[in-house]
Design a protein around this ligand. Structure first.
Ligand code: SF4
Length: 465
């Protein structure tokens, strides 16, 4: 959306106070995400009433889920843009494309007034491709959804990540039936981007100075299945790894039974594919996993972990679990705790079960009380804290390549970066307190660093080369 807006001549600002048009991009897959989205919309609505902004747009998953409610209950919201209709952001922001062949128009873009926008995008009007009504007076026409939307290498992008790092979405949607999840309803059926489109985008990003690419999708391990490819992700990684100048490649997220030996071997075969695997397991009790409609269990998962570590002894493993899924007993939870102690993950996230209307689990019986859900979440995180602390301490003295990100968020006296074991934004970090032969470091540069201290999740290191 930012790429489309910028190409139309709009200036993007991260400061809401400076903006004429406010865009809130929302998430709505669990309670906490919904709450954060609603709070942000209300905060921006207040800003619109009091400040300079004249237009408020709500985009993202919340629109797919609560389009009518937003339109009915939030009169400050001028337009909505669902996940399948990103091209509509221009009309929603009240911006028309620059008139072609118009020598007299010096403006790079044209802001429509409320009534113009309403007329221009009336469903029966001439701009049928941008169906919707954006007048501030009414909401009598919703934007039509394009459920198969998936960007390609020609879509303009404006990246907000550090210069050296970029995400590439390689697939959208999901065909798995996980009982707790409404993402397939919000994002549609699984579809992959074309192989050559991903490669072309990666090559362009590397030309622009990107050195680290993170492939994303609801399930990257299904990549290419809809084209009839076998081991599509392994093939894609193998091709990406041959791009000159690309230092780190990783992918998020893997579905457990889709992690093939060929995928692991491909990761091991290339120095620039990070030995890093994020495989959300959700639970370890076969009973709970069956009710979740996922399958598997502790025994199968331990074999997978053993296989991954045998192929790449230094692999960093991340997973996530849900506590309090309907029907989860004390025995199921104990089994999960035992599994976490046995698996010794490098990184682990624990979500409290969120009872989402529209999910299959919403209709299950034996709901777990909220207090127990939260208590189990805390207990599991405490178990992992001890594992993480021991794992970080075992790394003292080791030497890693570190991508320098910039000054530490906590103090300007330290710099911070990440090693291959740290995915952007989610895992721990490396704090650098000794620059070695360098007077200062440059964000986006790689250095060999030796770990000198360890915290619960973060490492402290000095530059050695
Ligand atoms: S694989 Fe992930 S996105 Fe797909 S249904 Fe399961 S939890 Fe949801």
């Amino acid at each position: 959306m930012m790429g489309l807006l910028a190409r139309s001549g709009a200036t993007i600002t991260p400061n809401a106070e400076d903006a004429d048009v406010l865009v809130v991009n929302t998430c709505s897959f669990i309670d906490k995400a919904k709450q954060e989205s609603v709070d942000t919309i209300l905060e921006m609505a207040r800003l619109k009433n009091e400040g300079r902004a004249t237009r408020l747009v709500v985009a993202g998953c919340m629109v797919e889920r609560y389009r009518e409610e937003i339109q009915k209950n939030l009169p400050e919201v001028d337009a909505v843009v669902g996940t399948g209709e990103l091209e509509n952001i221009l009309a929603a922001a009240g911006i028309s494309s620059p008139p072609r062949n118009s020598a007299s128009n010096n403006s790079p873009f044209h802001i429509l007034s409320g009534s113009e926008a309403a007329i221009a995008h009336r469903p029966e009007g001439t701009h049928r491709e941008l169906q919707g009504r954006f007048s501030r007076e009414g909401w009598d026409g919703a934007i039509s959804s394009l459920p198969h939307y998936l960007y390609d290498e020609h879509t303009p992008r404006l990246r907000t990540t550090a210069r050296a790092s970029a995400y590439i979405k390689i697939a959208e949607g999901c065909d798995h039936p996980c009982g707790f999840c409404i993402i397939p309803q919000l994002r549609g059926k699984f579809r992959s981007r074309r192989f050559e489109s991903v490669i072309a985008e990666a090559e362009r990003l590397v030309d622009e100075g990107v050195q680290e690419i993170t492939l994303i999708g609801q399930d990257t391990t299904c990549y290419g299945e809809d084209f009839g490819m076998k081991d599509g992700l392994a093939q894609l990684l193998d091709r990406l790894a041959r791009i000159d100048g690309l230092r780190w490649i990783r992918f998020l997220y893997a579905y457990p039974n889709k992690v093939t030996q060929r995928l692991l071997d491909t990761m091991a075969a290339h120095d620039n594919i990070c030995n890093y695997l994020d495989v959300p397991l959700q639970h370890a009790s076969p009973n709970v996993l069956k009710r979740m409609k996922r399958g598997g269990g502790a025994e199968i998962f331990l074999k997978l972990i053993e296989r991954a570590r045998r192929t790449m002894p230094d692999i960093a493993l991340r997973t996530s679990f849900i506590t309090g899924f309907p029907g989860e007993t004390d025995a199921d939870f104990d089994l999960l705790q035992d599994f976490v102690r046995a698996a010794r993950f490098d990184w682990l996230g624990v979500f409290e079960y969120s009872d989402e209307e529209g999910s299959a689990a919403y209709h299950l019986d034996a709901k777990v009380p909220k207090r127990s859900i939260a208590a189990r979440q805390r207990r599991l995180m405490r178990t992992q804290l001890r594992i993480s602390r021991a794992g970080r301490h075992a790394q003292i003295g080791k030497v890693f390549d570190v991508l320098v990100e910039g000054e530490s968020e906590e103090t300007p006296l330290l710099w911070q970066g990440r090693a291959a074991m740290h995915a952007p934004e989610i895992d721990g970090k490396v704090l650098i307190n000794d620059f070695g032969p360098h007077e200062s470091l440059r964000p986006g540069s790689f250095h060999r660093c030796q770990v000198t201290e360890a915290h619960d999740y973060d490492l402290v290191a000095r530059v050695v080369a």
